[in-house]
Design a protein around this ligand. Structure first.
Ligand SMILES: [Zn+2]
Length: 304
């Protein structure tokens, strides 16, 4: 008798507990995502021929390139993905960029460093910087953020240790104040990637490996409460227009900047497949001003 009454009550209780727990989980995930704000901090811009950015690009079409940092404000901390050009960029170029390369790569306009913009807006200190890779135009501002941990895959840290790479500047990465935090990828599949790293444990900000341009090149997914989803891909590709047709950078550009051209092209193909499989996913190359403009989220504005 007791058991026959108890069983239905117990099973109902169990169902109620499971439903309540899963509701809590859903609410908790939403609550976190609701407060994630995403902004693009534009530090400088330049113009170039589209043809120089990808194979098949136009020889008469000029495109705008930007040097940006990506700001993610999460309840558990603030993350900067890349730094754009920093306060010391002129001295860094003078110290470490070969003269022949300056007309091509250092022809940017006025610089408004991320640190200056964040300070002016009163944003609290940055906890973490994640680098898409250590090239000079992404790492220039590291020295402006001595309070931040600088996260990068161990492969990129190893790459950086080699002194013979044109685009890695000792003046940017050798400061003893920089708090390097090399990490290992976790074998947790995410969106088709075999490995990933979930920065806050709630799937709102997830790093994925995109090797090729450099050995430890890293992409960052940001998923927002609105359902908007972005994938920041560093320099795997310079223009979003090159993704669907799976085009490499122009051969001479690729020769100068890509550590492994074949692997970089594989990364572009991966992005094309992701884009085809994920309607609404916005893939954001680090320098593509058209994609940045369309996001309508230049700091201090943000997208939620
Ligand atoms: Zn690069």
């Amino acid at each position: 008798m007791f058991r026959s009454i108890f069983r239905p009550i117990a099973s109902r209780l169990l169902v109620a507990v499971v439903i309540t727990a899963s509701m809590h989980a859903a609410v908790a995930a939403d609550a976190v995502a609701a407060q994630v704000q995403l902004s693009i901090i534009k530090t400088a811009e330049a113009h170039t021929l589209e043809a120089l950015t990808y194979s098949g690009g136009g020889y008469t079409k000029r495109v705008k390139l930007q040097h940006v940092a990506v700001l993610v404000r999460h309840p558990q901390g603030t993350v900067l993905f890349d730094t754009g050009l920093g306060r010391q960029v002129d001295a860094q170029v003078k110290a470490d960029m070969p003269l022949w390369a300056r007309p091509l790569f250092a022809a940017f306009g006025p610089v408004l460093a991320a640190r200056s913009q964040l300070d002016a807006a009163g944003v609290p200190p940055i906890g973490r910087i994640v680098l898409s890779h250590v090239h000079w135009d992404h790492a220039s501002g590291l020295v402006d953020f001595p309070e931040a941990q600088v996260w990068l895959p161990q492969q990129e840290r190893d790459f950086m240790a080699h002194p013979n790479y044109l685009a890695v500047f000792p003046s940017q990465v050798s400061a003893p104040t920089i708090q390097w935090k090399p990490f290992q990828w976790e074998n947790k599949p995410y969106e088709g990637f075999a490995q990933s790293l979930d920065l806050f444990g709630d799937a709102s900000v997830v790093l994925v490996p995109l090797p090729g341009h450099t050995p430890g090149s890293t992409g960052m997914y940001v998923s927002l409460r609105s359902g908007k989803k972005f994938l920041f891909v560093g320099d795997a590709v310079w223009r979003a227009d090159a993704i669907a047709p799976k085009r490499p950078k122009m051969w001479i550009s690729s020769m100068v900047v890509d550590s492994d051209a074949a692997q970089t092209l594989k990364a572009v193909a991966t992005l094309a497949d992701l884009q085809a499989a994920t309607p609404g996913l916005v893939i954001v190359p680090a320098h593509d001003a058209d994609v940045h403009d369309a996001m309508d989220a230049y700091f201090p504005k943000s997208v939620l």
